[in-house]
Ligand binder design. Structure first.
Ligand SMILES: [Fe+2]
Ligand SMILES: [Fe+2]
Length: 389
């Protein structure tokens, strides 16, 4: 290219470079020392020398989580057109309109309104007011959980995981949790029922998870809470009007698979896996999920569902995942599950007139065939690598 360079005095430009090097050595050296002495130092977990985040490239994680999330990205406007979401691109809208026939602007907004009213009417036809309220009570538990998932994944992204691939994976999780929260919120509002606050049991689990240190957040969030959400979406996604939950199920399956994919590249130390205090903290985090289940017994019963079937099915899978990831608890899974099952039977014998002993921990409440296949893969029930593409 024909460019006319400006002539500079070489000694002066060399002095500029040398000065920068000197100041750089001083600033970085000071930050290194402050970091070693735990007095602050560099905040950004980024290695600009290698043009990589601290922790390395992590290409496999990037492919399994970031790329896959983008491949499976779904839009609320397409899935629940009656909602207020306008997240489709121009091209996606053209495809949608081709499917709907050509409509002008006024017709389209009228159609959205009808759809919204229609959806509410559809819910009224399908469910009694009591059933609608029960669904709102259960779904709002997940809704509140999504708000915490959004906060926890944001913290894990800032101060938890290391490496470019892991950050890319967490970035997608943050985006998906944001989408889950706002979409679920609108879906729940469409039921036109009062939305309850979090139960105290949920509050304790969520707050403790948010306050957990570093990668321990993976246990509270990606194993326990998302294992719970995954099972709930697997149970409710086949109900009329709740089909969009099957897409939530797909997203959550990637989130639950993230810790094992991350630890396969950066394994936990033995102390991190089996340290007494860590096992105690995890067990205390798990404990409030038992009264939480009991709390929802009535809402499940209204929908013809046994909450302890759900709880048994969920805890078996979550326990399995926890073991696989290396998050040990105080009591090993083989002993814990029968213990919890006895507790559930005790509770059920108090709330039901003719209760007979049941093996709740062997139940399977995920309904769709696709969802069962996804869970078998994520929870490694069939021993294949989790959430591989
Ligand atoms: Fe979520
Ligand atoms: Fe999630």
């Amino acid at each position: 290219m024909d460019l006319s360079p400006i002539e500079l005095i070489p000694e002066q430009t060399a002095a500029i470079v040398a000065r920068e090097r000197k100041v750089n050595r001083w600033v970085r050296g000071l930050d290194d020392r402050l970091g070693r002495w735990r007095l602050g130092g560099r905040r950004g977990d980024y290695d600009d020398q290698r043009f990589e985040f601290v922790g390395g490239a992590g290409e496999a994680l990037r492919k399994k989580h970031y790329d896959k999330s983008l491949r499976l990205l779904w839009k609320a406007e397409e899935q629940i057109p009656w909602s207020s979401f306008r997240d489709c691109t121009k091209n996606e809208k053209v495809l949608l309109e081709l499917a709907q026939g050509s409509l002008d602007g006024a017709e389209r907004s009228h159609l959205q309104k009808i759809r919204s009213d229609e959806f509410r009417a559809f819910l009224d036809r399908e469910y009694t007011p009591e059933q609608k309220q029960a669904l709102v009570n259960i779904l709002s538990t997940i809704g509140h959980g999504e708000a915490y998932a959004w906060m926890v994944s944001t913290e894990l992204l800032s101060h938890g995981v290391k490496g470019t691939g892991a950050r890319a994976a967490l970035t997608m999780q943050v985006m998906e949790e944001a989408k889950h929260f706002v979409v679920l919120r609108e879906l729940i509002h469409a039921f036109d029922c009062p939305v309850p606050r979090m139960s105290v049991w949920e509050y304790i689990v969520m707050e403790r998870t948010l306050k957990s240190k570093g990668l321990e957040k993976f246990f509270g969030m990606n194993v326990l809470i998302e294992g719970f959400a995954l099972n709930l979406f697997g149970l409710l996604g086949t109900l009329p009007g709740l089909e969009v939950l099957r897409l939530f199920h797909l997203d959550e399956s990637r989130h639950t698979a993230l810790p094992s994919n991350y630890f396969s590249e950066k394994p936990l130390t033995n102390r991190q896996k089996t340290g007494f205090l860590r096992r105690l903290r995890r067990s205390l985090l798990l404990a409030p999920t038992l009264p939480l289940m009991t709390y929802f017994e009535k809402d499940f019963a209204v929908l013809g569902l046994d909450v302890y079937d759900f709880a048994g099915s969920m805890l078996r899978k979550v326990g399995h995942l926890s073991d696989r990831v290396g998050f040990e608890l105080l009591i090993p899974q083989e002993k814990l599950l029968p213990m919890v099952n006895r507790l559930f039977n005790q509770r059920a014998s108090r709330t039901r007139r003719d209760h007979t002993f049941k093996k709740y921990h062997l139940a399977e409440t995920t309904r769709g065939r696709a969802e069962r296949a996804i869970e078998a893969e994520v929870f490694e029930l069939n021993q294949s690598p989790a959430a591989a593409s």
